[in-house]
Design a protein around this ligand. Structure first.
Ligand SMILES: NC(=O)c1ccc[n+]([C@@H]2O[C@H](COP(=O)([O-])OP(=O)(O)OC[C@H]3O[C@@H](n4cnc5c(N)ncnc54)[C@H](O)[C@@H]3O)[C@@H](O)[C@H]2O)c1
Length: 143
C-alpha cells in the first residue's frame, strides 16, 4: 500500500520529477506550492506559502513523509530579491522541519547542495533542539 507523501515545491523542476516518481511507485501525493499549479491532475494541490507555518502543519497532518523542494533556486532571482530569498530558503526550511517535528514524522527529506539524503526524525530533532541556533542558521544558509 502506498504512503501519503507531501512534496513542497512539487510544481517546480526537481519537485515535479519527484512527484512523477512517487506516483509511479503507487504513493498518494500532495503538493505544497505557492501560486503555481502542478503539472498533473492526479495529485492533491495545496496552494500554501511555506512561510505560513500553521498552514504547512495542517497539510502535513496525516501524511507519512515530506520531500522539501520549495525554494528560491533561481540565481538571478536570488540576486534581485536577496531578502525574500533568504527568508524563504531559511525560514521556509525551518517551518518544514518544525512542522515535521510537530506532526511527528518518521522521516524528512530535502534535496539541496548541502544535503542530499533522508533524515530520521531523531536527526530532525537533533537539528532543531541540540545544535545551537548559530549552527542551525549556518547549515540553513547552505540549503
Ligand atoms: N535544479 C537543480 O539542478 C538543483 C540542483 C541541486 C539542488 N537543487 C535544489 O532543489 C530545490 C528545488 O530546485 P528547483 O530547481 O526545482 O527550483 P524551482 O524554482 O523549479 O522550484 C521551486 C518551487 O518552489 C515553489 N515556491 C517558491 N516559493 C514558494 C513559497 N513561498 N511557498 C511554497 N512554494 C514556493 C516554486 O513555485 C517552485 O515550484 C532547491 O532547494 C534547489 O537548491 C536544485
Amino acid at each position: 500500500m502506498g504512503l501519503k507523501v507531501v512534496v513542497t515545491g512539487g510544481s517546480g523542476f526537481i519537485g515535479s520529477h519527484v512527484v512523477d516518481a512517487l506516483v509511479a511507485a503507487g504513493h498518494a501525493v500532495t503538493i505544497i506550492d505557492h501560486r503555481v499549479a502542478p503539472h498533473r491532475r492526479d495529485v492533491e494541490f495545496e496552494d500554501v506559502d511555506l512561510l505560513d507555518l500553521a498552514s504547512v502543519v495542517a497539510v502535513l497532518r496525516g501524511a507519512d513523509h515530506v520531500f522539501h523542494l520549495g525554494a528560491v533556486a533561481n540565481v538571478n532571482y536570488a540576486f534581485k530579491y536577496p531578502v525574500y530569498t533568504a527568508s524563504l530558503n531559511v525560514m521556509g526550511t525551518t517551518n518544514i522541519l518544525e512542522a515535521a517535528r510537530i506532526v511527528g514524522f518518521a522521516s524528512f527529506a530535502e534535496y539541496s547542495l548541502a544535503t542530499k539524503m533522508a533524515r530520521s526524525v531523531g536527526e530532525v530533532e537533533t537539528f532543531l533542539r541540540v545544535i545551537s541556533p548559530w549552527e542551525r542558521d549556518h547549515l540553513l544558509l547552505n540549503v
